[in-house]
Design a protein around this ligand. Structure first.
Ligand code: T4K
Length: 374
């Protein structure tokens, strides 16, 4: 269809006929949640696929962030990036922790490690960086700083499903990493998420925390929360996992087409692949330089909408600009010049598995053809 509506993403759905036998089995078992059969199967399958020995499933990608902070007993201040989805910083607020925003690197959209040390105070307990768009953070530099100051590191890896650096899962870095399996992600369980940690004792503690703190029928060891994933979504997740490699390969083809089509457009920048990294192509952000392109980001964004193309301005506004956070010293524009500029220039173009070639070309054409619509 020439004018078909295209949204920023579209879900990776398992085949319906494959799902029905799983549902029949769940109906037969009458065990619907609380560490059921498919929940255990999915933890095993994800642990293998993601090459991480210890992973705990959650009912979304926000609760693992909140729970990681609980499990590591983080208090005081945590250094984080303002260029992310609000859930990153909200997890700190829900734990009574003060977020301290550090600017990002414009080339990667991730926290700028060179700016971290200046933000450390005697109250700093941890760093919470984000592998934004699935682009790996400078994990080695962040580790060096964390080791030097005795800080914990929790990566928000919501976008980084299956991302590897130097043949090693990006989830292996830091004390913990969190994932989101929301329907808009590369891999989804409708709603869902996970927390990856380093050892079996910590996983056990996380599993208590996501089940109200229960460590047995009558023992509660901590004020835990209900973060459990149910059997229906766990079964869906097992089926979705079978399609994820194909989905990532298809996303790569779309990314290559975008890059080829946009490579000579003055004023439009995009992120390139990083060396030695297995990318997952979770998002395709472009950055509009108004002066060079001759049109503002928002003008292009709304022009695309008129043509039925619904990209998104992830992540505008910055988290630090929202009312909850804008009073913090670290939220000032002077502290965050790069993040501010990036947020004001970004459009995430539609990106999902099996995004058709002709639709990528349609989107590229709108961008290449400068000027307003008549
Ligand atoms: N950390 C980071 C860095 C994150 O990006 C996120 C979530 C989290 C933590 C927290 O993880 P979760 O607790 O959410 O698991 C979306 C997602 O809701 C959110 O998961 C995601 N990040 C964020 C970046 O984007 P919205 O409000 O922009 O999504 P929505 O509903 O506007 O959907 C976008 C497009 O997706 C629609 O235009 C069409 C398509 N879509 C969406 C849904 C819900 C479908 O085709 N089918 C659907 O069912 O937040």
């Amino acid at each position: 269809m020439e004018n078909q509506q295209i949204t920023v993403t579209s879900p990776l759905l398992p085949d319906l006929q494959d799902f029905i036998p799983y549902l029949e089995d769940i109906w037969k078992r009458k065990w619907l949640t609380n560490n059921g059969h498919y929940h255990q199967e999915l933890e095993k399958a994800l642990s293998e696929y993601l090459k991480v020995p210890h992973i705990s499933l959650f009912t979304n990608g926000t609760l693992p962030l909140i729970t990681a902070l609980q499990a590591l007993r983080i208090t005081g201040e945590v250094i984080t990036a303002p260029y992310s989805f609000v859930a990153t910083t909200h997890s700190l607020w829900w734990n009574g922790i003060k977020p301290v925003f550090v600017d990002i690197d414009g080339e990667t959209c991730n926290i700028n490690p060179e700016k971290i040390e200046a933000a450390i105070t005697p109250k700093t307990a941890a760093i919470m960086p984000v592998h934004c768009y699935g682009q790996p953070c400078d994990v080695l530099k962040i580790k060096e700083i964390a080791d030097k100051y005795g800080l914990k590191v929790i990566y928000d890896a919501a976008h980084a499903f299956g991302v590897e650096s130097g043949g090693k899962s990006i989830l292996e870095y830091g004390d913990m990493s969190t994932l989101s399996f929301h329907v808009t992600k590369v891999y989804n369980t409708v709603e869902g998420g996970a927390l990856v940690c380093r050892d079996a004792e910590t996983k056990r503690r996380i599993d208590y925390l996501k089940n109200f703190g229960f460590a047995g029928e009558t023992t509660v060891v901590a004020p835990g929360i209900n973060g459990k994933l149910d059997e229906i979504r766990a079964a869906y997740g097992l089926l979705a996992l079978k399609k994820v490699d194909e989905a990532i390969a298809s996303r790569k083809r779309a990314a290559d087409l975008y890059r080829e089509g946009l490579k000579n457009v003055e004023g439009i920048k995009y992120l390139n692949n990083m060396e030695n990294v297995r990318h997952n192509y979770s998002y395709f952000p472009v950055f509009v330089n108004e002066k060079e392109y001759g049109m503002s980001r928002d003008a292009l964004y709304f022009k695309m909408q008129k043509k039925n193309i619904f990209g998104r301005r992830y992540f505008y506004p910055l988290i630090s600009a929202f009312s909850t956070y804008r009073g913090l010293d670290s939220a000032s524009l002077e502290n965050l010049p790069v993040a501010t500029k990036v947020a004001e220039s970004v459009i995430c173009l539609p990106m999902y598995a099996w995004l058709e070639k002709n639709n990528v070309e349609r989107i590229v054409n709108i961008i290449v053809t400068k000027g307003n619509l008549e």
